[in-house]
Design a protein. Structure first.
Length: 604
């Protein structure tokens, strides 16, 4: 990003003028564009890369929105005050009350707006995926994660190849709805898990025979948003990176300089610029500056997320916070560099995790942010927590899905590992280690032999008793979600006979979560708490409204979309108030309500 853009004068010429310029095409950016357009504002979305969707397209696609319309339709109406209290507790003073209340208020309204704005949006709530702290006041064991159904990507037409694809592509025809995944992990425990396996096989057959190109979770959400943009004729320019913001003599942001077709374009944004360009996931020098324990680029985030928007916002006068934070996720890093989430494995009953001293240090089934924070804290104290090791036995390998391996008989040419033996390639890689005794396993992973044996014996004692007195694993409804429902405590079962296995856990993330400081209207803040006029930031380019915590599945995308909506409404309100002639829309609220009442049609 160029650094030669100092304050510009309003008299300077522009190549194009719009009301709202949105920088970034993830969930936050596209929601902002739809809301601005609905308020009668001429809106342009620009995207740095050749693909739209950002980290939203790479995500699980969940949207954490307590009080969403889909919940209300099911008769579940969480108390707004209760949700606020819940967020207040988990953020521990790192986020203003005004921002928290705005999220609680605006997120359900945003989803209601989207459903009525375009019939490409179908939001569903399936209770049971608990909030990450369901036992806290205001938390919910029912959960507030909202999803969209799968969609055939052929509906995107010419834009299908422009959708950002997952970093690790699944075999053709393999896709999981949110509930499918949980049941799939129970393939050896009950008939419903086996039914999901049969469903996956049928999907593969359909894809080969009928050419289906079905996609779910984040891919479906990003695709539906792109289709809504197209329905409303909102332009999205790909390969159009922002190189700098343009500011006036008073410091207000007037627009931005972008590159398109190899040429710079000066775009005037009379209402404002909404930064939705993501975090700095892959700028390792910057990340290590704020968190030295990071060893490598182990981020699952958008490959194009290198912090351009944050730097531009800083040059325009904005300040930052939480730059040492990310949406952490313990993971496996295979020798070819492929990253794999470690989600259900940490909830399996017959396993425990040890640090470099051979000792447990946390409830293994804890929310991934908490687990990673414990890794970071331990590493900073010199305890050797990055990497750490998940320890299990051969019986557990035969019973549960571990590292993507299916515990079913060997199937030649299967798209995932199958069979009763741990794949030789895993063992050869050193990422998975085998030992015929606790002492042998300890030597191979470099931890004290006596400590690992003592840890295993203590864990087995607790598992036999049915309660984890040391770390309370299994006490939370969240812990149980991917556990074994056939056990009294879904998260506890003694380890049995050798061989034993250790899986290396590294510190991955879904993207950074620190960035530009914003107020409750998503306006970028200066160090003196005044706002940078004309500049807004949503999603991972801004410091997270979740602070250093994570409320539940979808607590990244939910706030990005909600504050994209809030930013657009704020711009529209200001535009209406400042207009001396007949305003384009009476007020932002009225204009959006007009759209809610009379949504334009859309064809599936």
């Amino acid at each position: 990003m160029s650094s030669d853009t100092s304050a510009q004068t309003a008299e300077q010429t522009f190549d194009k003028t719009v009301d709202v310029l949105v920088v970034g095409s993830g969930g936050g950016g596209m929601t902002a564009a739809l809301a601005a357009d609905a308020a009668g504002l001429d809106t342009l979305v620009i995207e740095k890369s050749s693909h739209f969707g950002g980290s939203t397209a790479l995500s699980g696609g969940g949207i954490w929105v307590p009080g969403a319309p889909s919940q209300r339709r099911a008769g579940h109406v969480p108390s707004p005050d209760g949700v606020f209290d819940y967020l207040k507790q988990i953020t521990e003073g790192t986020v203003s009350d005004a921002r928290l209340r705005k999220y609680v208020e605006a997120a359900p309204e945003m989803m209601d707006f989207l459903e009525r704005n375009s019939d490409w949006f179908e939001f569903v709530w399936k209770p049971g995926y608990a909030d990450y702290y369901p036992e806290l006041p205001g938390g919910s064991a029912q959960g507030s994660t909202i999803n969209v159904p799968a969609i055939d990507l052929r509906k995107l037409g010419e834009h299908e190849q422009e959708l950002l694809a997952p970093l690790a592509l699944a075999p053709k025809g393999i896709w999981f709805a949110p509930k499918d995944l949980r049941l799939f992990y129970q393939v050896r425990q009950n008939w419903r898990g086996k039914a999901v396996l049969l469903k996956l096989i049928w999907r593969m057959v359909r894809a080969r025979v009928f050419g289906d190109r079905m996609a779910a979770i984040g891919q479906s959400l990003a695709a539906r948003m792109r289709l809504a943009l197209k329905q409303h004729d909102i332009p999205l320019w790909l390969d159009a990176p922002m190189t700098s913001l343009i500011t006036g003599a008073d410091g207000a942001v007037l627009g931005a300089v972008i590159e398109r077709d190899g040429k710079p374009l000066r775009i005037r944004a009379t209402g404002g610029v909404i930064l939705a360009s993501g975090g700095f996931d892959h700028d390792m020098a910057w990340r290590k500056e704020h968190l030295p324990v990071l060893e490598k680029d182990w981020s699952f985030g958008n490959p194009a997320a290198t912090g351009d928007g944050i730097r531009a916002g800083e040059k325009a006068g904005g300040t930052t916070e939480l730059l040492d934070e990310a949406w952490w996720f313990p993971a496996i890093c295979w020798p070819d560099g492929r990253l794999q989430f470690m989600l259900n494995e940490r909830m399996m009953p017959a396993q425990f995790v040890v640090n470099g001293d051979g000792k447990r240090f946390i409830n293994e089934a804890a929310p991934y942010m908490d687990f990673a924070h414990a890794m970071i804290k331990g590493q900073e104290s010199g305890g050797g927590h990055i990497p750490c090791w998940l320890v299990t036995d051969i019986d557990s390998f035969h019973r549960y899905v571990v590292g993507g391996h299916l515990p079913i008989p060997k199937i030649p040419f299967a798209p995932v590992p199958t069979g009763r033996k741990v794949p030789k390639a895993w063992l050869d890689s050193g990422v998975v280690v085998e030992g015929d005794s606790w002492e042998e396993l300890a030597r191979k992973i470099g931890v004290p032999e006596q400590n690992l044996r003592a840890t295993a014996e203590r864990f087995n004692q607790l598992a036999h008793a049915g309660h984890d007195d040391d770390f309370n694993r299994g006490d939370s409804a969240y812990d149980n979600y991917y556990g074994d429902p056939t056990l009294p405590n879904p998260n506890l079962r003694p380890l049995g006979k050798p061989p034993y296995y250790a899986f290396q856990i590294i510190l991955g993330d879904l993207g950074t979560s620190g960035g530009l400081r914003t107020d409750e209207n998503a306006r970028v803040l200066r160090s003196d708490e005044t706002t940078v006029d004309g500049l807004y930031a949503v999603g991972n380019v801004s410091a997270a409204v979740m602070g250093r915590s994570y409320a539940g599945a979808g607590a990244t995308i939910g706030p990005a979309m909600a504050f994209g909506y809030v930013a657009a409404r704020h711009i529209a309100d200001r535009s209406a108030q400042q207009s001396v002639a007949q305003p384009v829309s009476q007020t932002a609220n009225q204009q959006i309500q007009d759209t809610v009442s009379n949504p334009s049609g859309g064809n599936r």
